[in-house]
Design a protein around this ligand. Structure first.
Ligand code: DQA
Length: 149
């Protein structure tokens, strides 16, 4: 088995598949397909390999986290609204014991008060918000550093 740790699981949760028709002031105009292309190209530049997962079903998100052992070395996740209240996703993320970075396209700290809460934040190396698609590149840089340490 290779000792190189470069496999990144990029996970998008509820309503992120609707990018492109959501409020452009918060989320920009890229579709999720276009965003994933940007992310995989940024990853390639950093010597990382991405695999993508998206779902609108919380249980599927949880089960994907359950299955990640041996399939990925790190996680970039934007769980959408689940970020703010899903203890189920929080517990499943903890089970992976993998380095993870939380990303939000929009500036969640300067929107409605409920968006400031993150139940996964304490498990993540970093929380990046309000930087649009560039936030994912930053998340990958955090993981690159962590995985080569
Ligand atoms: C989001 C922010 C969440 O508050 C929201 O529910 C989303 C997207 C973001 O990327 O900015 O669906 O995670």
């Amino acid at each position: 088995m290779s000792s190189v740790k470069n496999r990144i699981e990029v996970m998008h949760g509820v309503n992120l598949d609707q990018l492109g028709r959501r409020n452009a002031a918060h989320y920009g105009t890229l579709t999720l397909d276009e965003l994933e292309v940007r992310i995989s190209s940024a990853a390639r530049d950093l010597g990382l390999v991405t695999q993508f997962f998206r779902t609108n079903h919380e249980g599927e998100f949880v089960e994907r986290l359950h299955r990640l052992e041996g399939l990925a070395d790190g996680i970039v996740l934007n769980p959408g609204a689940w970020t703010h209240y899903s203890y189920a996703i929080r517990d499943a993320l903890e089970l992976t014991e993998m380095p993870a970075v939380e990303v939000h396209l929009s500036d969640v700290d300067h929107r409605e008060a409920w968006r400031r809460e993150s139940v996964i934040g304490e498990l993540c190396l970093a929380r990046i918000a309000g930087k649009g698609p560039d936030g994912y590149r930053e998340a990958l840089e955090h993981l690159r550093k962590e995985l080569s340490a």
